[in-house]
Structures are given as structure tokens and as C-alpha cells.
Ligand binder design. Structure first.
Ligand code: F6P
Length: 343
């Protein structure tokens, strides 16, 4: 068989580990030819590709980013996109695709398979950890380590200066990074997209804490966290091809509000893309490798329209459509654990 691989959406640590696993098992074990498409869905739409070999994927296991490049190209936003993509795959004699991505890339993969019969297997990745059909995506563990380490570092400077430190982490619809890094880093308030917040309540929690001894606080906020309607101003910065708003900025707005309302000196740090860059943790390398192996095995058996997923300790195949049917958000009951330490 001749199998294509692509990585789409925001990059994350572990993508190269998945590519390496797919290529190594695809060639050495199954005897396939492997093709790497450039920049997500742009590759098969524009015939941007190169052959992948064990040699060309050697040494990439610990490297962040993706050797294939990535983009937020949406094949359904292009005139005749799905037809063009199918034509290109046929001309290149591609028997099937492995699409490594998050909500958007896998959403497009599910539609291409369901509505246009494109043979595709999915691999779930995203630092946001918000895909419904898998217990965890790779990339999340590394992002969590980056965020927790940053919070530890901000703790000591917050304490020295008697400041409130607002730490903005990624997380568009789900607050997993904020929740877990805040819990691991001993945050005094954690704000997540799942629960619109009242800025007055945030300020009261900080004031209560400072009146009981400590003179510094750590507030962790997910970039997608929203204030309750009418309580604080929000600004929009445009959308991408999948219609998602460009986020970022809530940390600095909170910095101003907290300082004005409490009188405590406040600073904001936006961790941004540092959470997506750099070398993957061992956990992410292992998960990405297991997903990659499951995906190439599935493709070899012609199990199109499926996705590799972590279910408990096992990697299983689930319908691709399930991956994007529902986002995996932070359950209220789980978040209660963090609330014990607020204020
Ligand atoms: O890939 C997910 C993510 O990291 C989100 O957490 C974030 O909102 C978004 O990507 C940022 O995207 P971009 O790199 O296009 O700015």
C-alpha cells in the first residue's frame, strides 16, 4: 500500500514521535510506501508532499514541532476542496491517509470519510486535551509540565514582591491545562472556559487570602475563560478558517481589573506558545508512539473512518466521528478538588 500522513492544526510536542512510529512500522513491518503531506490539509489539496523513509525520520523522536509542517487549512473552505483532494490522492496512488490532528483536522477527516469516501484513519493530538473519544491526547502532558514549572517560578517572585500573579495558559474550550497546572502549582484561583467567572468573586477570594496572612496570590486563567456577561469587557481578535476566535488577552485584562478593584499590585504572564514548543515528555513520546502504531495497523487492515484512542490503559480504535462529536471538558465534580484551595 501507499499511505499518506499529515499533521494539521496547532502543533504540539509528540507529533514527530507519531510520524516516526507510523513510518517505521509502515515500511519495516507492513512493507508500505509512505508519503508525508506538507502543512496539514494544504498538502493533499495542493500536491505538496515528499516520500518518507526510516532515514528521513531518524532522530526526530525527541524533537518538538512536526517535520511535516502544519496549518489550519480547511478543505471545506476551498471551492471543490474535497473533490480536488480525492483527485490528487488518486493521481499519487495513495491508498489511504493518516491524519494527525485535533478537533478541526479530525472533524474535516470525519467529513471527508463520511461524505466523500476518503479512506482516512485519525490520530488525536492537542495540548488542550479536549477530544471526546480518548482519555488523553498527546501534547497535553508536555504543556502541563511547562505551565506547572512556570507557576512554580512565578510563585517565588510573587512572594518576594507581595504581588498577585495572573498566569494565562492555553485552553480554548476546555480548561484542562489551567485546572491541572493550577492544582499542581498551588494556585489560589483557577478560571476555566467551562465556568464563566465573576471578577468580583475573584477579587474577594484574593482579598480573603491576603487578610489571613499571605501577601501574594497566584491566579491561573485559561485563555478561553469568560467573565459572566456584563461584569468585564472582552475583545475579539478575528477568526481562523475553522471559525475559531483568536484568543489571548484575558490575563492582561484581569491584571488591570484585579489591581484596580483590590489595590494589590498585579502582574500578568502569558505563557502562550511556549506550552506548544520544545521537547515532548516521555509520557507524550510513548502515547504518540502507541497511537502511531495503532493507526498504521488500522490503515493496513483497511479500517478507515477510525481513530486511535486511549481507553483506560489500552489503545483502541473508535469511530472517527466520535472523536469530534463532543468535546471533553472539565467536569464540575472534578473541578471541586481545585476549589478546596481557592482564596
Ligand atoms: O492547538 C490548540 C491551541 O494551542 C489552543 O489552545 C489555542 O487557542 C490555539 O491553539 C492557538 O492557535 P494559534 O497557534 O493558531 O495561535
Amino acid at each position: 500500500m501507499r499511505i499518506g500522513v499529515l499533521t494539521g492544526g496547532g502543533d504540539c510536542p509528540g507529533l514527530n514521535a507519531a510520524i516516526r512510529a507510523i513510518v517505521r512500522k509502515g515500511i519495516d513491518h507492513h512493507g508500505h510506501a509512505m508519503v508525508g503531506f506538507r502543512d496539514g490539509w494544504r498538502g493533499p489539496l495542493e500536491n505538496a508532499y515528499s516520500e518518507l523513509t526510516p532515514q528521513s525520520t531518524r532522530g526526530i523522536l525527541p524533537r518538538g514541532g512536526t517535520i511535516l509542517g502544519t496549518s489550519r487549512t480547511n478543505p471545506f473552505k476551498r471551492e471543490g476542496g474535497p473533490e480536488q483532494l480525492k483527485e490528487n490522492l488518486a493521481a499519487l496512488h495513495i491508498d489511504g491517509l493518516i491524519a494527525i490532528g485535533g478537533e478541526d483536522t479530525l472533524g474535516a477527516a470525519a467529513r471527508l470519510h463520511g461524505d466523500h469516501d476518503v479512506p482516512v484513519v485519525g490520530v488525536p493530538k492537542t495540548i488542550d486535551n479536549d477530544l471526546g473519544a480518548t482519555d488523553q491526547t498527546f501534547g497535553f502532558d508536555t504543556a502541563l509540565h511547562v505551565a506547572s514549572e512556570a507557576i512554580d517560578r512565578l510563585h517565588t517572585t510573587a512572594e518576594s514582591h507581595n504581588r498577585v500573579m495572573v498566569v494565562e495558559v492555553m485552553g480554548r474550550h476546555a480548561g484542562w491545562i489551567a485546572f491541572h497546572s493550577g492544582l499542581a502549582g498551588g494556585a489560589d484561583v483557577i478560571l476555566i472556559p467551562e465556568r464563566p467567572f465573576d471578577v468580583d468573586e475573584v477579587c474577594s477570594l484574593i482579598a480573603r487570602r491576603h487578610s489571613s496572612g499571605p501577601s501574594f496570590s497566584i491566579v491561573v486563567v485559561a485563555e478561553g475563560a469568560l467573565p459572566l456577561e456584563g461584569t468585564m469587557e472582552t475583545v475579539s481578535a478575528g477568526t481562523d478558517e475553522f471559525g475559531h476566535e483568536r484568543l489571548g488577552g484575558i490575563g492582561h485584562r484581569l491584571e488591570r481589573e484585579i489591581e484596580e478593584r483590590t489595590g494589590f499590585e498585579t502582574r500578568a504572564t502569558v505563557l502562550g506558545h511556549t506550552q506548544r514548543g520544545g521537547t515532548p515528555t516521555a509520557f507524550d513520546r510513548v502515547l504518540a508512539t502507541r497511537f502511531g502504531i495503532a493507526a498504521i495497523d488500522a490503515a493496513s487492515e483497511g479500517r478507515w473512518g477510525t481513530m486511535a484512542a486511549l481507553r483506560g490503559p489500552a489503545v483502541e480504535l473508535v469511530p472517527l466521528a466520535d472523536a469530534v462529536a463532543q468535546l471533553r471538558t472539565v467536569p464540575d465534580a472534578e473541578f471541586e478538588v481545585a476549589k478546596t484551595f481557592f482564596g
